[in-house]
Design a binder for this molecule. Structure first.
Ligand SMILES: [Zn+2]
Length: 332
């Protein structure tokens, strides 16, 4: 097959270049040396990227399963997971994190979708957008943003975040309140490369501070469903005591009505954007004042963008958030 292609190319080149050679040389002509015609196929055929040679099986939201090249899939993930206006180095860090996550998924079955390596459900795997969907959301910036995402994937071709030679669980989230959270504090198991580190983002993050206000009745109902022994009588401001901070300064646990409740549970029960919050109680309502967005473990996306603005490369960003790792090509 390759020989046929090479022969065809050589013939084509001969057809097009021969008349040029026969024309007398003028000053408008490019000098063509007959001894160095580019007929070698290693010159005329660009080397395919690693990502384009790997196939990933993706389950769409409607349940259909599609096989696509890894670079095409990663394009859709980066476009869906990170604002395209972010710095190029932050987008590259996101591309490597997405590739790492995907390569990890390709190595083992996922019970939720045994037929597919990954799915497009953000609650299961990673978010995903087609180029058309992304372009529709980008409006006038579509062409520029499309190019930025393409470059972020291509410029990091094949690279993954490895710990002891294996792809890591490259988890990420939107924004931190000054520090990331140690994995053990969120999921209960120690992961050596998911330790808490400083994270430099701040007020530039949209909705960095948010509040959730819950009526006393709703608060009691929701809390007592999960913690039936909590004593929610008397003055609401007296219900809360003994707040235990986590390593990132958020809430590890707080005693409510004499029962210890984890910050994680409060986040889930009341739809808080993170576990970094304070609680205010009045006679009418309970208010959570929250900073940052996400579980807080691994790479902060807004933090990655802030580091890129400081001049850090994608490798520096990734090794900042994932401790003790190396960034290298992973061959399964
Ligand atoms: Zn999935």
């Amino acid at each position: 097959m390759k020989q046929v292609v090479a022969t065809a190319l050589a013939l084509l080149l001969a057809l097009f270049l021969l008349p040029l050679l026969l024309v007398p040389q003028g000053e408008h002509m490019l000098p063509v040396e007959s001894g160095s015609l580019p007929i070698d196929r290693t010159v005329v055929t660009p080397k395919p990227s690693l990502d384009s040679t790997r196939q990933v099986v993706v389950q769409q939201t409607d349940g259909t399963v599609e096989t696509m090249a890894l670079d095409d899939y990663l394009w859709g993930v980066v476009a869906a997971e990170m604002p395209a206006a972010f710095q190029p180095e932050a987008l590259k860090a996101q591309a490597v994190a997405a590739r790492t996550y995907t390569l990890g998924k390709m190595r083992r079955d996922t019970p939720a979708h045994p037929e597919a390596d990954v799915c497009t459900d953000v609650n299961c795997c990673q978010a995903y957008r087609t180029q058309q969907e992304a372009a529709a959301g980008w409006g006038d910036n579509a062409q520029r943003y499309t190019g930025k995402i393409t470059a972020a994937v291509a410029d990091t071709d094949g690279l993954a975040v490895l710990y002891q030679g294996q792809p890591i669980q490259a988890v990420f989230f939107s924004s931190a309140d000054g520090r990331t959270v140690d994995a053990v504090e969120v999921w209960g198991n120690t992961v050596p490369y998911l330790t808490g580190v400083d994270s430099p983002e701040g007020e530039e993050v949209p909705n960095y501070h948010s509040t959730v206000t819950v009526s006393l009745e709703d608060f009691k109902t929701k809390l007592c469903t999960q913690y039936p022994t909590a004593d929610l009588t008397g003055e609401p401001s007296k219900w809360f005591s003994n707040t235990v901070p986590n390593s990132a300064g958020g809430v590890s646990s707080v005693d409510i009505g004499g029962v210890s409740v984890s910050g994680q549970d409060l986040r889930t029960l009341f739809g808080l954007r993170s576990t970094s919050f304070t609680i205010t109680a009045t006679s009418q309502a309970i208010t959570f004042s929250v900073t940052g967005y996400g579980h807080g473990v691994g790479m902060s996306q807004y933090g990655a963008n802030a580091l890129a603005q400081e001049g850090k490369t994608f490798k520096e960003i990734l090794t900042w958030y994932y401790t003790g790792v190396e960034i290298a090509v992973y061959t399964p």
